[in-house]
Design a protein around this ligand. Sequence first.
Ligand code: GUN
Ligand code: FE
Length: 412
Amino acid sequence: MAGIAFLEPVEEQEKLAKKWGFKASEIRELSNNEFFMPGLVDTHIHAPQYSFSGTRVDLPLLQWLKAYTYPTETKYKDNDFAEEVYTRAVRRTLKNGTTTACYFATIHTDASLLLADIIDKFGQRAFVGKVCMDINESCPDYKETTSESVKETERFVRGVLEKKYARVHPIITPRFGPSCTEEMLGRLGDLAEAHGVYVQSHISETEEEIKLVQKIFPTYQNYTELYDKNKLLTSKTIMAHGCYLSDEELKLFTCRGAAIAHCPNSNTALCSGFLNVKKVLKYNVKLGLGTDVAGGYSASMFDAIRNALIVSNTLKINKENEEGLTLKEVFQLATLGGSQALGLDAIIGNFEVGKEFDALLINTKASDSPFDLFASDMFEDSVQKFLYLGDDRNIEEVYVAGKLVVPFSSSV
Ligand code: GUN
Ligand code: FE
């Protein structure tokens, strides 16, 4: 494991070289324009939807799923099509500094296994889920039977585990309440428990979706209870959105140790709603940021950082919050927060001694940098400018577990 051995002032160099047995010639000294930052954690992204990201965000969620998303996702029965899009999705996210991603694939097991393989080849850290849906009235061709869905999830989980990837894990993925029967949810909950694996889904993204859940599952008190009673709300669960969760539901999240993936670009692009992150954090619910490609139109976590601030400021303007999130807080959500949400904070999330080195080498004066620095800019200013205005042109190198993954190796 290429871990972080020590963090010491540069003056200690000679002493450290003796202690750790390295030579002066092996030291990599950064220029004044360069710094390392922890890798970004995208806690919610749909790899198959990358093919239409940046288009078709002109409908509300349920219509958007029917008109664009389900028809696109059916194409992943073709492994060649899947290979092209999945390769591009992994390249794009890595190039933009996503060292860890939590992916939804589609209902197709073979293409989902292929996604796991591609991620491993590129060296990204990830969770990958084969999507489960045994109800789909808006696109009847795109669903499975209950038993198929459960059997194929088992094949997917075993398939990924058997590969013994160093950093790619399977995750059980019921799509959302309206596309699942109670029986399927229950069996997936059992499966998650039996294998001790993580669970991801969507919750309370739009008001229309919540009404639909109430109609389909009238015996449950609320959306959160639907997942909870089916063993899908545990300390190994990450739910996207949660814009309309009640206090009672948030308390249940806290109690179970379940996490939320906040996807501000998606929430505003599809006019779904606003998540009050400050309030969620007050309940001590684990929270990370997600791009939610392609409901969110950008695959970059820097966009997620900026949109999280815009949403937080909007709530402040509307007097729903006294204080908004700061840039520092949002930066932490995009790194350490995401790692906590995915149960990886003992391994990644910041540069603590003993953690693995998931990092981005940033150059604030890259030759084609999209922003300018002036003599009066202090280091802190250059970091802020990068976070608000920078992009992949400023990311010179990306490391996952100490291995250089960007620039891409010629073997991928
Ligand atoms: N809810 C169910 N499926 C989806 C999806 O693909 N994207 C988003 N944003 N919400 C969903
Ligand atoms: Fe999503």
